[in-house]
Design a protein around this ligand. Structure first.
Ligand SMILES: CCc1ccc([C@H](C)CC(=O)N[C@@H]2O[C@H](CO)[C@@H](O)[C@H](O)[C@H]2O)cc1
Length: 789
């Protein structure tokens, strides 16, 4: 390894060791690791062609990958070798792995799930491609100015991306606009503008280097070369216009994760990567098949939400216009290839494109969508329509064009059947299945939590990393004092490390003995960070009133970004920072309560925070969080959950035992009923002196003396439009937090409950989730060799 690193330092970075920066060493190490991946990658690709195995194609607008050095070294079993080599070269492995920028090509849950799925697909030896966009700028960088979020462009590609292989030879022309000419029953689309989709491949190696798959990300390049004529006549802007236009397509990730912006550029992004992906997989299929009607036996295409839903019409277009398959048959064939995953019930997140816009940008596809609509209406008269009130409903299109539709937790899938797709579910009763989300145990325990990972391996061997259900064996240690002490010591070690980082990066001193209570996720009203900070103020009030009473010291840690245009979410961020400033400077409660909100929450920060957590906040309004995956990461890393019966919380509580889970709040059914009660929020506030006091303090500007009326709107909303029932769940949330305090004051008991969480989270491995998709949706098998390993 040492020679390989030095070789890349010299030959790839063009630096001699004496004058190399941490960045140079990091790129050299990455390239050395990448070299070790290539053989596995080529072998897997070769084996797939030879075996004629069915391939999975995972289409996603987002892949929230994070950093890759540690993960890749771990999957190749080279961590120790890399550490030793760098130490011998006088370099610090920790500093080098932290130098890597996050590949932040996603907003939150949906994007991170796609990244976990890629790791599991490779670790299970399932031949697969991930298809997405190589955004020049990922999710924005978040900073706080006077407590408010400010966004700046993210610049991961300003440095060399050591993992990718550019594929200039893999290019597809993607058309937009123009018109469709119909001639002798055949349609010819004449796009007005075209851009080139160029591929960049990143190898994805599974656990134990068992198998290698590809993440193919598309970058937009101009069709027209540099316009020398305009340049020579001095019109420099014109010379670069087509370049600029093309690059906008893959320039930046849209930072919204719940609101359909409905912007033309977003539609172009969705079509750009989807069309390139469909063309690419069809080219690969036709390279060793000549009957397009075989396609469903050779490919399984999964749509990660509706963002790639245009894949249905695009596949039909290519079959009909370029392979002369009759329309109805093409629709049937495409349906057999496609699966669609729904990740949200929030109405504002369900994509619907104005017919005018879609018809202008994709005229041929609108024709095909009309044909799909007619086909559906002919077979199922009265079926919900795709075209409704001059909008194209992408959820209905994806549902109708898929042979299987899945939700991402048991509760969510039931709600999908009962609400958004109730009518389609009645027409197609077998189409909706559940595939509860999962997380990769490689990144989210083995790599991010060495103290616990080593303790577990010491106790039960390393098999759990590839087969997480083996953790169950730890249940029998929940009465073993020595093991529990070791378990608590691992947690304590992580907490001390986190306390050091927070002291250094946020200049706040926190006590590792205090309870670390963490809520990290995108800021959204339904995730109820607002209820958390209201409870924090209520606790502070009572600690301040009676500082000598028996309190459980707490550190409240928040992390998360708000979509730039989401005003209320930004207000909530401002409030949390305002409250933190007041509480953290309160001499009376300084050893009892601290509030910390490190800016720019991302995958790397999650890897730092989750191993150090005692309490995991999963407090969404029941019926709103489709699944959650952070909840799984916390429980796997030995945190106890305070949560509602929402998303995957329900299944986590079933697996870890209700006695090891702090449940509170209204159920999804009760939420719907309570909303019908007139004045429910005012009634809840009046019934709670504690809540009334807190809302009064905020309203008067106790936390914003320089701008006393800053939160008048926010508080007003709680009184009159508390759509997410913060007021109704507040008291049971506060009381449950006090129960948490009591249990935490008994470390033995707490440790036993925490151990039972870790021990019983095996089912939430994304390996189990992917096996479900393979069984229920894709009908694919893992490669012989990997399965037998
Ligand atoms: C059109 C804008 C947009 C962009 C992204 C999205 C995503 C579907 C939002 C998302 O990330 N949903 C989350 O998906 C996770 C993975 O399944 C779930 O665990 C979370 O509960 C869900 O909120 C919706 C709308």
């Amino acid at each position: 390894m040492k020679e390989e690193i030095l070789k890349h330092l010299r030959n790839s970075q063009g630096k001699d060791a004496a004058h190399s920066s941490v960045y140079d060493w990091r790129v050299a190490l990455s390239l050395a690791l990448r070299d070790r991946m290539v053989d596995h990658w080529f072998r897997s690709t070769r084996e797939t062609y030879e075996s004629g195995a069915k391939r999975v194609y995972y289409l996603s607008m987002e892949f929230l990958i994070g950093r890759l050095v540690e993960d890749t070294a771990a999957n190749l079993g080279l961590v120790q070798e890399a550490k030793t080599a760098l130490a011998e070269l006088g370099q610090d492995y920790e500093a080098i792995v932290l130098n890597e920028p996050d590949a932040a090509l996603g907003n939150g849950g949906l994007g991170r799930l796609a990244a976990c799925f890629m790791d599991s697909l490779a670790s299970l030896g399932i031949p697969a491609y991930g298809y997405g966009i190589r955004y020049e700028h990922g999710l924005f960088k978040q900073d706080f100015v006077d407590g408010s979020q400010v966004e700046t462009a993210e610049t991961w590609l300003s440095q060399r991306n050591a993992w990718e292989f550019a594929r200039p030879e893999v290019q597809f022309r993607i058309g937009f606009g123009g018109h469709v000419e119909h001639h002798e029953g055949k349609a010819h689309w004449h796009p007005w503008e075209t851009v080139l989709a160029t591929a960049y491949d990143t190898p994805v190696i599974g656990w134990k280097g068992s198998w290698g798959n590809t993440l193919r990300l598309w970058s937009a390049k101009p069709e027209a070369k540099f316009d020398l004529k305009s340049f020579n006549r001095g019109d420099y802007l014109a010379a670069g216009r087509s370049e600029a236009l093309a690059r906008t397509i893959s320039r930046v990730l849209y930072p919204d994760d719940t609101t359909d912006a409905g912007k033309e550029l977003r539609l172009k992004q969705e079509y750009f990567f989807t069309a390139a992906s469909i063309m690419d997989l069809l080219r690969r299929f036709l390279s060793d098949h000549d009957n397009i009607r075989e396609l469903p036996n050779a490919v399984a295409i999964q749509l990660n939400d509706t963002h790639p839903a245009i894949a249905g019409p695009e596949l039909v277009r290519l079959m009909v216009d370029e392979h002369d398959v009759p329309m109805a048959e093409a629709i049937g064939l495409a349906r057999q290839c496609l699966g669609y995953t729904n990740h949200t019930l929030l109405p504002e997140a369900l994509e619907r494109w104005h017919i005018g816009l879609l018809g202008r940008v994709l005229p041929r596809h609108l024709e095909i969508i009309r044909a799909i609509e007619d086909d559906q209406q002919a077979k199922h008269p009265g079926s919900p329509r795709i075209l409704e009130q001059d909008h194209v409903r992408m959820g209905e299109l994806a549902f109708i064009m898929a042979h299987k539709v899945n939700g991402v937790s048991a509760l969510h899938t039931d709600l999908v059947k009962e609400t958004v797709f109730a009518d389609l579910n009645r027409i197609h009763p077998k189409r909706i299945v559940n595939e509860t989300n999962g997380i990769t145990p490689r990144r989210w325990l083995h790599t991010c939590n060495a103290p616990l990972s080593e303790l577990v391996t010491q106790e039960i061997g390393e098999g759990w990393v590839g087969d997480l259900e083996q953790l169950k064996a730890l249940n029998q240690k929940s009465g073993d004092r020595t093991f529990l002490d070791a378990f608590s010591a691992a947690k304590r070690q992580n907490k001390e490390q986190l306390a050091d980082w927070i002291a250094q990066s946020c200049d706040i001193q926190i006590d590792p003995a205090a309870m670390f209570d963490i809520q990290i996720k995108r800021i959204h009203e339904y995730k109820r960070q607002l209820m958390n900070i209201l409870e924090t103020i209520a606790l502070w009030n009572e600690m301040h009133d009676a500082p000598n009473a028996e309190w459980t010291p707490r550190v409240k840690i928040f992390g998360g970004k708000a979509a730039p245009g989401y005003h209320v979410a930004k207000q909530i961020i401002h409030l949390i920072n305002d409250v933190a400033r007041v509480i953290n400077n309160d001499r009376v409660t300084k050893d009892l309560l601290k509030v910390v909100y490190p800016p720019n929450y991302n995958v790397t920060m999650a890897e730092r925070l989750i191993p150090a957590a005692d309490l995991s906040e999963q407090i969404s309004t029941a019926g709103k969080e489709a699944s959650g995956t952070g909840n799984m990461k916390f429980a796997l890393n030995g945190a106890l959950t305070i949560g509602t019966l929402d998303g995957a919380n329900v299944e986590i509580r079933e697996h870890v035992g209700s006695e090891n889970f702090f449940l509170f709040g209204l159920t999804a059914q009760e939420v719907v009923e309570r909303r019908h009660v007139h004045g429910f929020s005012r009634a809840a506030i009046e019934a709670s002196p504690r809540l009334t006091r807190v809302l009064g303090q905020i309203f008067e500007g106790v936390f914003s003396p320089s701008d006393p009326s800053r939160y008048h709107g926010l508080i007003g909303t709680l009184y009159d439009h508390d759509y997410f029932l913060v007021t109704c769940d507040f008291d049971s949330y506060f009381d449950t937090q006090r129960r948490v305090d009591e249990v935490y004051r008994n470390p033995q008991n707490w440790a036993a409950m925490a151990l039972r969480n870790t021990a019983n989270m095996g089912w939430f491995s994304s390996d189990r989730t992917i096996k479900g998709y393979a069984r229920d949706i894709w009908q694919v098998n893992a490669s012989e060799k990997v399965r037998l390993e």
